[in-house]
Design a protein around this ligand. Sequence first.
Ligand SMILES: Cc1cc2nc3c(=O)[nH]c(=O)nc-3n(C[C@H](O)[C@H](O)[C@H](O)COP(=O)(O)OP(=O)(O)OC[C@H]3O[C@@H](n4cnc5c(N)ncnc54)[C@H](O)[C@@H]3O)c2cc1C
Length: 395
Amino acid sequence: MSTLTADDLRARVGELLAAHPPASTDRLEFLRARFDAGLAWVHYPAGLGGLDAPRELQNVVEAELAKAGAPDNNPRRIGIGLGMAAPTILRFGTEEQKQRYLRPLWTGEEVWCQLFSEPGAGSDLAALGTRAVRDGDEWVVNGQKVWTSVAHIARFAILVTRTNPDVPKHQGMTYFICDMTDPGVEVRPLRQLTGEAEFNEVFLSGVRIPDANRLGAVGEGWKVAQTTLMNERVAIGGNAIPREGGLIGMVSQTWRDRPELRTPELHDRLLKLWVQAEAARLAGTRLRQQLAVGAPGPEGSAMKLAFANLQQALTGLEIELSGEDGLRYDDWTLRRPEKVDMLGRGPGYRYLRAKGNSIEGGTSEVLRNIISERVLGLPSEPRVDKDVAWKDLPR
Ligand SMILES: Cc1cc2nc3c(=O)[nH]c(=O)nc-3n(C[C@H](O)[C@H](O)[C@H](O)COP(=O)(O)OP(=O)(O)OC[C@H]3O[C@@H](n4cnc5c(N)ncnc54)[C@H](O)[C@@H]3O)c2cc1C
């Protein structure tokens, strides 16, 4: 890691702003220049949008750029690319793959989705059955994925497949980068509780993926997927927000605005949630400091679990605090949003959308298992299928 200081980074941001004044520079041109200056994600290697600097210094960069009115890279729309695909490509990708994919991923020119879950392989991802069969320099992929967020706008996907059905389920998987515009990739919308289709079913029929698009070794897809999943939990649960920022800020504001709806019981709940939000915020800061010096560990599961609990409790409280207004919801037209906008929408949307927080990125039940086994060291769940070939598992 480099020895750059906060002042060094301020100076570099100053140089970027001088060479590309935000007021007169095209948004994409600015973002590309920012990536090339190593100010995209400062903890990434030099030449790949970073400077090998401590991750916490990213906050310095963001603050300086926000002060100057510079455009951001709209992280919500490209959350899967940033939170899941990028760290996996960084760890397992070849030099060519890193050079090809990371820049347009970060600038948002190319959106990524995650083709992991299948009907029958969600919590138990290792049970997945989408087959990839080698054919010369290519792999031929057939199967079905489900709940694929943003697949309808994605250019690329991270994809886990089964390449050897004769070995136990955690072996015999292989991980690929899939071009979503390739023949044989079909994306169909799935309507969810909010009435919108933010995610999709994806059918893969004879999709040909070059071997050069493989991430990690053949048969080692589970190991690669673990990196994605650990980063996913931190990406979902470990965002940096200021004190009383995000949902707790919004609900506290509703409390201030609507004195006529207050009761002692609601006050008690609000205060408890305020304390929990603050504890989660500080724990997130600590987790990110740990991340700055190493890989994400299973502790990220606790952050994601706490985040889901808090989001659901807060959106429920907000509905109650909003009185009859809280029950209003929009017109249920089928829309296909490009991002989840929790703060930009009404309380009804927030309440319904937050239900998914305890499912997406690993359910709360499964995260509790991970915490009990990998953080607390409690005995494992019995796993009778561990040594059985995937093809012999009942399904
Ligand atoms: C909004 C949203 C967006 C999503 N986006 C994506 C995406 O972009 N890409 C993608 O690949 N997937 C995505 N998913 C899928 C998500 O990861 C899965 O839904 C999740 O992993 C659960 O799998 P499942 O739905 O098959 O449920 P199941 O695994 O069938 O679980 C059903 C229930 O059983 C419980 N359960 C299962 N196993 C255990 C156990 N061992 N111990 C205790 N309880 C258990 C679960 O907690 C759950 O309550 C998304 C889901 C949602 C809701």
